[in-house]
Design a protein around this ligand. Structure first.
Ligand code: 6R9
Length: 635
């Protein structure tokens, strides 16, 4: 068990040094000792960040579901693998053991096969947080199909774009989903999306809410009867370590989402190893990550990382505010949760409510608290530490990305002393670099710059589906020979990292990454709109909220502004989803632009944040006069 489970700070430094001096040797040892492979690799790592090309464990053969399921059957077959906590607290929680999960995954895999899905095919999964969601991911992985999960809060247009981008042939969805007091009709969203997805030949439907649905003959099938007939035995398809495991979309600086491709071997090794250490998971623990499996956090730290370690992982269908603001804490007490992993936006929202919601419950089972998705502000950190952890549970502020597959910078609890708002130290094997504006790496401490990673790690995304050039342009062209994260960071006097936020056109709202471009595209499609620009501004709960500056066409000038605002938000909701709605919309006569025609977002950001004391030099703008007008009418 050497190096697999780090227990004190000296050991961290020692293992870190080893992992950096000899990465191949280090990862080979971890991979060899803790996973089952059908065949070992010919080479641990080959890489070239210029192309860019990275491969880990080349030549190795495996199936990730053997590691997440089969190998546990003899030692913990009757242990709960998935613990499902439904939206309605009156509905009973479901404990699904490793043996049951294995059986369900095999059945589902057989259904997929019978519907014509094979190795390399893409399957879109658009499901609420119910056990079938995790089962669907694993069933795809079992037969080598590539899953592409789309968060079930995305609109039909966003769903269609993602289905078409990677040519999915099947969609797995449900009749509906429960979200607090609401019931959403997922099937009709899928139906609308599929009007523009000619490649989809099959739709599998899970029954959850009992909503009335419209079945299309030959295309749509209820899953239940198919599962009943399917065999519980399904031999795994043996994959190359570098075969794709899944595609997951993230926003970028253009309208098109980027389908990040993760592969089987490296992703498994890194997510499992980080899970074990960053949550200090022990055999009897019950672990809960509140993310949705529609995001990378759910893929890596609800499904693959925990299951590869034989953990009990909770899947929560509901929301933190239903039936009241005590729900998270009630669930922690009920299931005696040991590790709890959530997002700053949820913490801030709950911190606004009466403390009684927390104090009513016994949270003494908690050992480790986690935070992910955006920088955690000091106030939220202390509230979490004082009221949830009672100052007994270290907070792991974990920095990472869809692209990185696993946690990159984070304390190791009980090992790394924590400091509020600091993600602290790079995880084992991770080599960060801070770059200045001229592209030079800044040595030493007490420096700030753009955060890059200068050496490959096993779970990094290998490409953008169908667009390797974009992968290169986005991540490997800003700084030579380095992966550029898009984030800014500072390194303090003791070498701790603090992430300061995005330095590109991505805005993080309630932990969701939103690219400015797709939202602007959507606004601009409104018949009364000529042009628009959106920026983020600080928001108490969401971290950032969206502020839109909109130029109207002449035809729009005479229209009622309130109605226009509603229509614009309605359009965004339909095309992207409610998470991308604007909090403020200001109608302007022009947008500040450079002489080459680029919108100066820096200026708009300052105006939106009510920080107009130092706008910098605006004399080089094409239209400096517009700035005054925008400031005068700012919301
Ligand atoms: C895992 C995940 C990635 C972006 C990332 C950064 C922000 C995530 C953070 C954090 C500060 C943390 N981010 N964790 N910022 N501290 N602990 O969230 O992936 O959805 O792709 O978002 O989120 O800006 O670049 P993803």
């Amino acid at each position: 068990m050497s190096n697999y489970h780090i227990k004190h700070l000296e050991e961290y430094f020692q293992v870190y040094r080893k992992s950096v001096r000899n990465p191949e040797g280090f990862w080979e040892e971890i991979a060899e000792e803790h996973f089952s492979w059908r065949k070992k690799w010919d080479r641990v790592l080959s890489w070239d960040f210029k192309k860019p090309e990275v491969s880990w464990f080349e030549g190795a053969k495996l199936n990730i579901t053997e590691n997440c399921l089969d190998r546990h059957l003899s030692v913990r077959g009757d242990k709960t693998a998935l613990l499902f906590e439904p939206n309605d607290p009156k509905e009973e929680a479901r404990h699904i053991t490793y043996r049951e999960l294995h059986g369900r995954v095999c059945k589902m895999a057989n259904v997929l096969k019978a519907q014509g899905v094979g190795k390399g095919d893409r399957v879109c999964i658009y499901l609420p947080m119910i056990p079938e969601l995790a089962v669907s991911l694993l069933a795809c992985a079992r037969i080598g199909a590539i899953h592409s999960v789309v968060f079930a809060g995305f609109s039909s247009t966003a769903l269609a774009t993602r289905i078409n981008d990677c040519d999915c042939k099947m969609v797995i969805t449900s009749d509906g989903s429960y979200r607090g007091a609401k019931t959403l009709d997922l099937k009709s969203i899928v139906d609308a999306a599929l009007e523009s997805c000619p490649g989809i030949t099959e739709v599998l439907l899970v029954r959850r809410t009992g909503n009335q649905v419209n079945l299309i003959e030959g295309r749509d099938h209820w899953l239940e009867p198919l599962l009943e007939e399917a065999s519980e035995i399904c031999e795994p398809v043996i994959m190359d370590a570098e075969d794709p495991l899944f595609i997951l979309y993230t926003s970028g600086s253009t309208g098109r989402p980027k389908g990040m491709v993760h592969t089987c071997g490296g992703y498994m090794v890194y997510t499992a190893y980080t899970f074990k250490n960053i949550f200090q998971y022990k055999e009897e623990d019950v672990y809960w990550c509140t993310a949705d499996i529609g995001w990378i956090t759910g893929h890596s730290y609800i499904v693959y990382g925990p299951l590869a370690n034989g953990a009990t992982t909770v899947m929560f269908e509901g929301v933190p505010s239903y039936p009241d603001f005590g729900r998270f804490w009630e669930v922690i007490e009920k299931h005696r949760i040991n590790q709890f992993y959530t997002a700053p936006t949820a913490i801030r929202a709950l911190a606004k409510e009466n403390l009684e919601f927390v104090e009513t419950y016994d949270l003494s089972s908690l050992k480790v608290l986690g935070s992910v998705g955006e920088p955690i502000n000091e106030e939220a950190w202390h509230w979490y530490n004082n009221n949830v952890g009672k100052k007994q549970s270290p907070i792991v502020d974990t920095w990472w990305q869809t692209e990185t597959g696993g946690i990159m910078i984070s304390p190791i609890p009980f090992v790394t002393p924590t400091t509020p708002t600091y993600a602290t130290l790079p995880f084992i094997g991770i080599q960060p670099a801070l770059m200045d504006e001229e592209g030079r790496e800044m040595d030493g401490n007490q420096v700030s710059g753009r955060l890059c990673i200068k050496f490959p790690w096993p779970s990094m995304a290998r490409t953008i589906w169908g667009d390797h050039q974009r992968y290169r342009d986005t991540y490997f062209s800003a700084f030579e020979n380095k992966y550029f994260t898009g984030d800014g960071a500072m390194r303090d006097a003791v070498g701790y990292y603090r992430i300061t936020g995005r330095v590109d056109d991505v805005i993080i709202v309630s932990g969701h990454n939103l690219g400015t471009a797709p939202i602007e595209d959507s606004i601009n499609e409104h018949p009364a709109v000529a042009e628009s620009a959106i920026v983020g501004f600080p928001h108490d709960i969401k971290g950032n909220a969206l502020y839109g500056f909109v130029i109207l066409k002449e035809t729009g000038e005479g229209r009622n502004r309130d109605n226009l605002q509603k229509e614009i938000n309605q359009q965004i909701t339909e095309q992207i989803g409610p998470i991308a709605k604007l909090d403020k919309i200001q109608f302007v006569s022009g947008l500040p632009k450079t002489r080459s025609g680029k919108i100066m977002r820096r200026i708009l950001r300052k105006i939106a944040s009510k920080d107009t004391s130092n706008l910098g030099d605006i004399s080089t703008l094409l239209n400096p006069e517009v700035v005054e007008e925008i400031i005068a009418n700012a919301l």
